[in-house]
Design a protein around this ligand. Structure first.
Ligand SMILES: NC(=O)c1ccc[n+]([C@@H]2O[C@H](COP(=O)([O-])OP(=O)(O)OC[C@H]3O[C@@H](n4cnc5c(N)ncnc54)[C@H](OP(=O)(O)O)[C@@H]3O)[C@@H](O)[C@H]2O)c1
Length: 355
């Protein structure tokens, strides 16, 4: 196959970026350049550039030669320091990384066709509390700050009058198999279930009572990568935003027995606990379990970010994106979320991340 498409994946080592790289390489007709601060080995059709996107000199030196790039997939992210609620603090680095990388590639390459920007459902304020559902792409924004707004406003403004176009994708709670990536709900469920079992406890939903029965949604990482590929190459997706989820909805109370089934456990009565607090003393137990069951060695803190799990299990309001627009524009893939939880958790067991 001719290798006529060349992608730059910005944030290539992230939860989302990794899957996009994998997807493009599997396609066979893409050359891929991955960007992140950490180094990574090159491979067939893959070149990694270790660059700090907040360092303009570093960016200029390392990205100026990218003169044949056709597509940019932007999935870099810098979480905030300080109070989580201080959303304003994350705006500047996240906007500047986008500005610096896209500007460098757009200036270097006359072949640029599309920039795919990954944002998320926090665009609608899913993290703030109850909101209008289903969320549609045309819904008004929530009260700023929200770094997505700054990224989108800059990109739409910068693209105006240029030959290339942009597409913005809004996923929700990515689910994949990426052990060592702590900000993910899959390892949180796997480790919580394994520890409950080890302690002889039934599998209890640890979140808020309202969260057990409310409507929720997720996006499987590999499914999202397929959507990103579609978005990059679909003519109708030029200068458009799309919600990208599995395309179905679920309630944790229906998923919970299936999760318990994977671990051969009984479902217990819901009991709300802070996982951040109740898992804080479990690193020693995990070390014992790692030895006892021959698990792959991970630092307990590297395996799961418990505040993220508390956030997901604390959402006691409907979280429901409308994906009609992406379907109408040609992306028809769907994932059965309940079956996905079983499939991914079985993999966590099979690959010895959890017993
Ligand atoms: N994960 C989810 O469940 C989820 C859900 C919805 C939306 N989103 C959105 O998706 C986007 C990507 O998030 P993610 O979860 O994939 O992030 P992530 O896993 O934290 O990955 C971030 C990537 O950015 C790179 N990066 C950070 N700072 C950099 C810098 N100064 N220079 C170069 N590279 C840098 C990181 O690599 P280095 O550290 O090596 O630099 C890494 O490759 C974000 O906008 C996020 O809000 C995520």
């Amino acid at each position: 196959m001719p290798q006529n498409k060349k992608a730059v994946v910005v944030g290539a080592l992230g939860v989302i970026g990794r899957y996009i790289v994998e997807k493009l390489l599997a396609e066979g007709d893409w050359q891929v350049v991955g960007l992140s601060r950490r180094p990574e080995k090159d491979g067939p059709r893959y070149r990694h550039i270790s660059v700090d996107l907040l360092d303009l000199k570093d960016v200029a030196r390392k990205l100026a030669g990218l003169n044949d790039v056709t597509h940019v997939f932007y999935a870099a992210f810098q979480p905030g320091t300080g109070a989580a609620a201080n959303y304003a603090t994350v705006i500047v680095p996240n906007r500047d990384m986008l500005v610096n990388s896209v500007t460098a590639v757009a200036k270097a390459s006359r072949r640029l066709e599309r920039v795919v920007l990954v944002t998320g459902t926090k665009y609608y304020g899913t993290h703030l509390g109850p909101l209008k559902t289903p969320m549609r792409e045309t819904d008004p924004r929530h009260m700023p700050p929200d770094f997505y707004f700054d990224q989108i406003d800059w990109l739409t403004d910068y693209q105006r009058g240029k030959k290339w176009s942009w597409t913005e994708l809004r996923p929700q709670t990515l689910c994949g198999f990426a052990p060592g990536t702590a900000m993910s709900i899959m390892p949180a469920i796997a480790v919580y279930a394994a520890i409950s079992k080890e302690l002889g406890l039934p599998l209890r939903f640890p979140g808020k009572p309202g969260a057990y029965g409310t409507i929720y949604q997720v996006t499987e990482s590999s499914h999202f990568a397929s959507a990103a590929l579609w978005a990059a190459t679909e003519a109708r997706a030029a200068n458009q935003a799309y919600n990208i989820t599995n395309g179905d909805y679920f309630r944790w109370r229906n998923v919970w027995p299936r999760i318990a089934g994977v671990f051969g456990m009984k479902v217990g009565e819901l009991q709300t606990i802070s996982l951040t607090q109740h898992m804080a003393d479990k690193a020693d137990l995990w070390a014992v379990m790692t030895k006892k069951y021959g698990l792959r060695k991970f630092d307990f803190g590297q395996l799961v970010a418990w505040p993220f799990a508390d956030y997901v299990f604390g959402s006691d309001w409907d979280v429901m994106s409308d994906v009609t627009k992406s379907r109408q524009h040609g992306f028809h893939d769907v994932v059965d979320s309940e079956a996905m939880f079983e499939r991914l958790l079985k993999r966590f067991r099979k690959e010895k991340i959890v017993p």
